[in-house]
Design a protein around this ligand. Structure first.
Ligand code: ADP
Ligand code: MG
Length: 231
């Protein structure tokens, strides 16, 4: 028992360290990003392209740090009641431009009276990771359907895409650190998402077929009493 205790204290120190390194690295990245952005407004031609690539790569580094930070310190502060429709309105603002770039369409079907308990930015991070994977899997006529509803004391959220789908092997390896089939993938997205959902007492499952698409189903304990019918 004593050993256990020491071990978890050590883990705590390691994750504190990791979190503070991630924080410290993110600040200079942000400053650099600001200056590059200023420069790119004044440049044209090839130089502007180079600056654009530099900005994208900085954003990539920043996203990796965000994912890593969540993994190192998944404890949730600022837990509150999250209204699913509000959260997804924000999420939509971030993912719609990404989907548009791929020529994909996003359909949202989320009633107004659903709520769960959690940290708003972690919740958004978890779902953005899932939806980003859907977007990246889309081909022509890509569609992503997001719907939510309540059954008993649980809130269900489904994310369905008609992208490339996954074979059985990919499905079993999903969430393994650094597992990625993409040239620019980090293989951290699903690991972080699983961790966040777990910390919210939620469950996530995937069904997928190669060439057909993927559906992920996430369930959380519902927050608040059962919905009162609107008068
Ligand atoms: P990354 O996106 O950086 O590769 P993830 O952990 O987010 O890492 O995903 C791991 C792998 O799972 C992806 O590389 C991809 O092969 C597969 N994957 C996840 N979601 C989907 C999806 N909706 N459709 C097809 N493949 C997916
Ligand atoms: Mg991903």
């Amino acid at each position: 028992f004593n050993n256990e205790l020491q071990r978890s204290e050590k883990m705590e120190i390691i994750s504190d360290l990791a979190a503070s390194v991630a924080h410290e690295v993110r600040n200079p990245l942000q400053v650099t990003r600001g200056f590059l952005q200023l420069m790119s407004g004044k440049e044209e031609g090839k130089n502007r392209d180079y600056l654009q690539i530099a900005l994208e790569e900085l954003d990539r580094a920043s996203n990796i740090i965000t994912d890593f930070l969540t993994f190192a310190k998944p404890e949730f502060e600022h837990i509150k009641i999250l209204h699913i429709d509000d959260e997804f309105r924000h999420i939509e603002g971030i993912i719609s431009p990404m989907a548009n770039l791929q020529g994909g369409k996003i359909y949202l079907d989320i009633p107004t009276d659903l709520a769960v308990k959690g940290n708003s930015s972690k919740f958004k991070q978890a779902f953005i990771n899932i939806i980003k994977n859907s977007i990246e899997a889309l081909g022509d006529e890509g569609q992503i359907h997001i719907r939510a509803y309540r059954t008993g004391n649980e809130v269900f959220i489904h994310i369905r895409d008609n992208g490339e789908g996954m074979d059985a092997q990919t499905l079993t390896r999903l969430g393994e650190p650094y597992f990625s089939n993409k040239t620019k993938g980090t293989g951290l997205g699903m690991m972080v998402t699983f961790r966040i959902i777990e910390a919210m007492d939620g469950r996530i499952t995937f069904t997928s077929a190669k060439g057909v698409g993927t559906e992920s189903t996430i369930r959380f304990p519902a927050a608040g009493t059962s919905p009162v019918p609107h008068s």
